[in-house]
Design a protein around this ligand. Sequence first.
Ligand SMILES: [Zn+2]
Length: 137
Amino acid sequence: MPLRLHVTRRQIVSRGLHHTCPNCGGRTLFQTGKRFALNPACPACGLKLDRGDGFFLGPFVISYTVTVAFAIVPLLVLAIFGVIGPAPTIILGGGCALALPALLYRSSWSWWLMGYFYFLPEKLPHNRGARCEDEEA
Ligand SMILES: [Zn+2]
């Protein structure tokens, strides 16, 4: 029997791109006033955002992938073809390696949650029509 979703995959993607809670759509993913602090759970709907046991590695992988694909590799290609020298390549690469993950902190968490719930939409409490799954355990 197909699962009837109250929160559709399209909504999950939209909410992921807008950095809002995948379950309720509230701007509640991050702690107020703190740039690098994910709320452990959505204050509005109770969805557990940090799901424990290595879940935090997902945003790391996204930040790493974006940094390598859009900064490090292009810099290396420019260096290999002699467009920029080795010293600027190292300085720019190091700067990008430090700055991009910090700039992408919120986006990578939001995209990770979007991807997780896109493939597992039945894990959203609103799609289960009842309480948060974490309250049942
Ligand atoms: Zn929520």
